[in-house]
Design a protein. Structure first.
Length: 384
């Protein structure tokens, strides 16, 4: 069968139509004419594979990783980087129209990664029977790897070192977390009920302007080493624009955002549920000699949110959800800065905020994940 790829949709898959139904096909480029076969169906959606590229897009390039197409990580390596950014912008625009139900929204600014390779500050590898690797696409089948071209260079050197480490060799099933600040490496094996560090020191320091942070490999950190300071500066710009007395940081992790902007507020409430992150955040507050951050521990969905002028939220991929949006709105914020790594759940939450009389004032794509369909969103909402 032949068909033309009409666009790129969910999961970075190309979309064409067969008998009036959408077919999702990986590793293609919009506009290409392909020969394809149907490999599966779920509800009213088909899945397929390209058997032959009949008319290739001018945006198609040769992938640079020997594991591309096998490893489940990258899905855009066959596309020119500038076009990857165009696709991501179209995906966000489409979700804002379809899910958020917005007819108009601010112009979307695109902030590319300073490098489309070697940008990942943290890598999580699978350990299976003493070998390091990832899962294959759409499966739990293991593929052994020796390097990842998206990882920071020191991480790739660490992979070669740790693949022969006795603790790795003797491990049947676990994960290896490797973290780099561009100079130093920290690594830990996490099993079902244990953690074992492979480096003498457990934390690595990151510094931005006058602020420093300690991260362990097990802590959450934004993945793009080149965009960390960009995210902080975007947030700072919004924090200093208004006269805000109180701030709230939801899903605050190790305090990455709240610590950086703390000097612009009399008080910041920092909400976090993971104990490892809370321990790290306490260290980071002490490291920066701060007295105005109050950590509120526990599940944010079960907590009462204190009234604040300014909110920054950076939820997991599942987003905020409607109930939490109502709790945030009840705290009467003048401004909400929303970082998101999922355009669909972000658009759903924007729909909820719109119903509570908050609207988008600023919108940017931060490309924290080159060579994949993922991207970070930076958005500013204000009360109408």
């Amino acid at each position: 069968m032949e068909g033309r790829i009409e666009g790129i949709g969910k999961g970075g898959n190309g979309v064409l139509f067969f008998e009036g139904k959408p077919v999702f096909i990986p590793y293609v480029v919009d506009g290409e004419l392909i020969e394809f076969e149907i490999t599966g169906k779920k509800h009213s959606v088909y899945f397929g594979e390209a058997k032959k590229i009949i008319e290739a897009s001018s945006e198609r390039i040769e992938p640079f990783c020997k594991y591309f197409g096998k490893c489940g990580g990258c899905n855009f390596q066959h596309i020119q980087y500038e076009h990857q950014l165009n696709i991501k912008k179209k995906i966000l625009e489409g979700n804002l129209k379809k899910i958020a139900k917005l007819k108009t929204f601010p112009e979307i600014k695109t902030i590319p990664s300073k490098s489309d390779r070697n940008y990942r500050t943290k890598l999580v590898l699978k350990i299976r029977d003493g070998k390091l690797g990832f899962f294959k696409r759409n499966s739990n089948d293991f593929i052994e790897i020796e390097e990842c071209p998206l990882a920071e260079n020191n991480i790739n050197m660490a992979i070669l070192k740790f693949k022969d480490h006795p603790k790795v060799k003797e491990t049947k099933k676990a994960e290896l977390f490797i973290l780099s600040n561009g100079r130093d490496i920290r690594a830990a094996i996490k099993g079902n009920r244990y953690v074992s560090y492979l480096t003498e020191n457990r934390e690595v320091e990151f510094s931005f302007s006058e602020v420093s942070y300690l991260f362990s490999p097990l802590n959450f950190i934004q993945s793009n080493i080149f965009n960390l300071d960009t995210m902080l500066e975007l947030l700072k710009e919004e924090a200093i624009k208004g006269k805000y007395d109180t701030g709230s940081d939801l899903f605050s992790g190790v305090g990455f955002f709240s610590i950086y902007i703390s000097k612009y507020f009399e008080k910041i409430y920092s909400y976090e549920s993971e104990e490892e992150n809370i321990k790290a955040q306490k260290k980071n507050i002490k490291l920066n000699n701060l007295k105005n951050i109050e950590i509120i521990r526990g599940d944010i969905a079960k907590k009462k949110i204190k009234e604040s002028d300014f909110f920054v939220v950076d939820p997991p991929r599942g987003g905020i959800t409607g109930k939490l949006v109502k709790k945030i709105v009840s705290a009467n914020p003048k401004k909400i800065v929303y970082f998101s790594c999922d355009s669909a759940t972000f658009s759903r939450d924007i729909f909820y905020f719109s119903g509570e009389n908050y609207s988008l004032k600023k919108l940017s794509i931060l490309d924290n994940f080159p060579q994949t369909d993922h991207f970070e969103i930076f958005a500013v909402l204000e009360k109408n």
